[in-house]
Every structure is written in C-alpha cells, then in structure tokens.
Design a protein. Structure first.
Length: 248
C-alpha cells in the first residue's frame, strides 16, 4: 500500500517543518526526492538524511517567489531524474498584520510566494506529467483558509486562493490522469508555530476535539496517500488534517 517506488517527487519549502518531514516520508515510501527551498545548508542536511538511509535525493536552491529560479530548479530535477511524477507545493511565508494597516509589500510578498509560486511550480510540473500521462500535484493550504483568521488577511487570501487553484487545475488536467488535491493542516507543531506564546497555544489546543496539536508527520502521511496509486480516483479535494478543529 502507498508504494512510491520509481516515482520522482519535488517538495518546495522542504528545509524544515512539514516540507522536510514530507520529503522524508516520500523517500521512505520509495520515491526519489528533490527538496527545494531558499536555505541551501538546511536543504543539504535534508538530502543527506534521505541518502543516509539508502534513498536518492537532490537539493535544489529555489525561491518560489522568483519565476526564473523555479524554471532553473525544475530543469535541474528533470536533468537529474529524467521525469517528475509528484509535486508538493508547500513553500509559504507569513507577514502578519491587521488588514487596516497592512503594507502593500507585505500583501504582495505573501501572495507571490504562497499562491503565485504554487501556480508557477504547477505550470512547470504539468509539462512532464502530461507527456507521461500520470502525475500528482498536492498543494498545502491551511485550516485558516476555511475559517479565516484575524491579522492574516494576506496569508488567508493566499491559502484560500490555493484551494481555488487546486480545483481549477484538477478540472483542466483530469483527462491526462493527473490528480490535483490540497491538504489543509490545522494547528501543527512546526517551526512556524513554535514562537507563539504558550497561552495562545493552549487556547488553540482547547478548540481541537482530538485534544492535541497535530504533528508534521500527520500531514506528511496525508500527502503520501494523495501521491499514491491508491488515491488515483481523488481529485479537486481538500483533505483536512486538523484534529476536528474545522469540519466542512
């Protein structure tokens, strides 16, 4: 079940948190994994973790806010592995602030990375996937895209846009045996949530029916499933991984 043997995956935002653990989980399932992010030192460490247990990995320095870096990064992956089967759009940034006072540069930075970057990566992935008539695109959105969240108008808008993008591309490309889905994590213990005050964490945890914060492994497991053959009849779907925090 859920074997990804002989598949090639690219994970953006793979230097830490959900992206790192997803890359490790995909490799564990048998995939060759390209890890992409801006922090080359951390990327090399992730690639080394994969190769240390017998996997194949490639570290790709890539800022998804830069279209030319995306093109160059995908070219590297295709030159190294000869194909691309799975794309995980995980890269994201935050520039929080009240909507009333949000600076245009903070709005643009978040939309550019979290939404436009995912779109540009999908564009690069679709060519090779269409040629082989098989592919999986998995976009990492967020529970706040479904619930809203004060002080994050830019982040929420980008993540909600990612859900719309998922559904639009899913419809466009379904005839080529390519599925496009989203995973919506809830309150997950990651480097992005670590700086939150303990009081805020306790208040958030009280809203989770399962009574605990999620782990990056919880999210990675959902991504591995959606990347597998067993999920081949699922497309345009948002898989909630939130402990019951939000139930559509």
């Amino acid at each position: 079940m859920f074997s990804l043997k002989d598949k090639v995956a690219l994970v953006t935002g793979a230097s830490q948190g959900i992206g790192r653990v997803t890359a490790l989980a995909l490799a564990e399932a048998g995939a060759k994994v390209a890890v992409a992010a801006r922090n080359t030192e951390k990327l090399n460490a992730v690639a080394a973790e994969i190769t240390a247990v017998g996997g194949q990995a490639l570290a790709v320095s890539m800022d998804v806010a830069d279209a030319e870096q995306i093109k160059a990064g995908f070219k590297q992956v295709l030159e190294k592995f000869g194909k691309l089967d799975i794309l995980v759009n995980n890269a994201a940034v935050t520039r929080d602030g009240l909507a009333l006072r949000m600076k245009l540069e903070d709005w643009d930075a978040v939309i550019r990375t979290n939404l436009t970057g995912a779109h540009l990566c999908a564009q690069q992935a679709l060519g090779p996937m269409m040629r082989q008539r098989w592919g999986r695109i998995i976009n990492v959105t967020s529970v706040v895209a479904q619930t809203g969240n004060a002080g994050q108008a830019n982040y929420v808008a980008a993540k909600a846009g990612l859900i719309g993008l998922t559904k639009a591309i899913a419809v466009e490309i379904a005839s080529r045996n390519i599925t496009v889905n989203a995973v919506a994590p809830g309150f997950i213990a990651t480097p992005m949530t670590d700086p939150l005050p303990d009081k805020v964490k306790q208040e958030m945890q009280a809203k989770i029916p399962l009574g605990r914060m999620g782990t990056d492994r919880d999210v990675a497991a959902a991504i591995v499933f959606l990347a597998s053959e067993e999920a081949g009849y699922i497309t345009g779907h948002v898989l909630d991984v939130n402990g019951g925090m939000y139930m559509a």
